[in-house]
Design a protein around this ligand. Structure first.
Ligand code: PXG
Length: 454
């Protein structure tokens, strides 16, 4: 294939390509960065810059870039049977094997997968099937989902409604009915005088208050990410999730842990619920299931929910052409094989995460950083105007964007949400690369502080 030069590509991109989560008019003027190659923890752009990707693409390239085995698995499957569906009393081998593999990996009795193509669709699936679950048990009014303000569950109609991003709700008339939101746990922002542990319990109590306000007979499920990613890596105190679980059990509200980011090793455990020590009933997964090499998601259900769906659910009027696409599930199997056989999750937890935490804490010493939070292989630096106090910049997001752009110039990809610099590197990052990440991040913080001082 002939390669077009960067300028030509940017012009074509501006003319014909609408980008997600971008002001496309602004972007067209600036020109997009075009990525061309990846290897391990690094990506290269069309101008030849080598970048340390401390964000794993978009929280997803858990095994790192350039693993040929995944492409080979895709090719093998395409050559053998490129497509067949799971409708009409049919299915395909790798999809069956993947469902069994996921049942083995998932915590507790979460043993059943409905396959989709993304995390958003997994959440749409969950919304529909959970409401169906209660309806076929003569509780059609038990249909309300409780999510959290600033939660992120995708961009489809149900996904964006379950999420609590106001900017997303404003576009397209969301949320849809019977979805409510409570405040998320963010100790740095609103913990006031409470200790993190006290605050975790207080934040969980918001769920109980909301259930009682709506009536337990109306509440179908609570959905939350074990760690909230997109809003800025909000890591709840360890008291939060066990208390949420207790409340859900008390009122018979299904507990949905959105593992799209946390799943497949991000916290150093296979799933975020294991990191926090609670047992969900349902979990959407995507991203790390294929390390981002090919689109795939799944809505996973425990035995209780699956039994009702199977025995009382009748025909499930839900599914897509590519539900359980054999090429995607074959790639997922190969990805999970590598993660397991090479002990990547285990090594992340025991070797890399502790070192990363140590270096991350050092970044926390920087005068621009108000809090350096981290859990396993996911973290954030909260940039603040006044280090000793838990305050935010007046105009949120400007300093974060500045720091992100400076980091890019220094060869480091960090994502910025508001003024939080987010970290989510490939799980295969090694100690030398953690040191490189530290050096580049510190330099970028220095340069950001210098720029602010001007
Ligand atoms: N749940 C969670 C917790 C997510 O983080 C989704 C669901 C939706 O998955 P899909 O595959 O439909 O994108 C996500 C996705 C960001 C950002 O800016 C985060 C996501 C997607 C796009 C941008 O951090 N997470």
């Amino acid at each position: 294939m002939e390669h077009l030069d960067t300028k030509t590509l940017q012009k074509l991109d501006a003319a014909h390509h609408l980008h997600p989560f971008n002001d496309n008019a602004v972007l067209a003027k600036k020109g997009t960065r075009i990525l061309t190659r990846g290897e391990g923890c690094y990506v290269w752009d069309a101008d030849g810059n080598k970048l340390l990707d401390a964000f794993a693409g978009l929280w997803c390239v858990n095994i790192g870039y350039g693993r040929k085995e995944l492409g080979e698995a895709a090719k093998r499957q395409m050559d053998t049977l490129a497509y067949y569906n799971s409708f009409f009393q049919c299915t395909v081998e790798p999809t069956i094997e993947l469902a069994a593999k996921l049942a083995e990996l998932a915590p507790g009795d979460i043993n059943h997968s409905f396959f989709v193509n993304s995390g958003s669709e997994a959440n749409d699936t969950i919304l529909r099937l959970v409401r169906h679950f209660w309806a076929v048990q003569d509780q059609p009014r038990k249909n309300i989902f409780i999510g959290r303000h600033n939660g992120y569950h995708g961009t489809t109609v149900a996904g964006a409604s379950l999420g609590g991003m106001k900017g997303m709700h404003r576009q397209g008339g969301l949320p849809i009915p019977d979805i409510h939101h409570i405040e998320p746990p963010f100790w740095f922002g609103d913990g006031d005088e409470l200790s993190p542990d006290e605050y975790g319990l207080a934040a969980a109590k918001r769920l109980e208050d909301k259930i009682l306000e709506l009536g337990p007979e109306r509440v179908a499920a609570f959905i939350g990410e074990p760690i909230m990613g997109a809003i800025g890596v909000y890591i709840p105190p360890m008291t939060y999730w066990p208390e949420i679980e207790r409340i859900c059990r008390k009122y018979d509200v299904l507990l949905v842990a959105d593992e799209v980011i946390c799943g497949f090793g991000r916290t150093g455990e296979w799933f975020g619920s294991q990191y926090f020590g609670f047992q969900p009933d349902i979990m959407p997964v995507a991203k790390g299931i294929t390390s981002g090499y090919i689109p795939l998601g799944a809505a996973m259900f425990n035995d209780r929910v699956a039994k009702v769906l199977k025995e009382q659910g009748g025909e499930l009027a839900h599914g897509a052409t590519y539900s359980g696409h054999p090429v995607c599930t074959a790639v997922a199997l190969e990805n999970l094989r590598i993660l397991q056989e090479e002990g990547i999750v285990e090594r992340a937890r025991t070797e890399i995460a502790p070192y990363l935490a140590q270096r991350w804490a050092e970044l926390g010493e920087h005068r621009l950083v108000g809090e350096a939070r981290i859990a396993g292989m996911v973290g954030a630096l909260e940039l603040v105007p006044d280090k000793p106090r838990r305050t935010f910049f007046e105009e949120r997001g400007k300093v974060g964007a500045l720091c992100r752009d400076i980091a890019l110039r220094n060869g480091l990809i960090l994502r910025a949400t508001n003024d939080s610099m987010l970290l989510s590197p490939p799980l295969v990052i090694d100690r030398a690369q953690v040191d490189e990440l530290f050096e580049k991040a510190w330099k970028s913080l220095d340069e950001t502080a210098a720029e602010l001082g001007k």
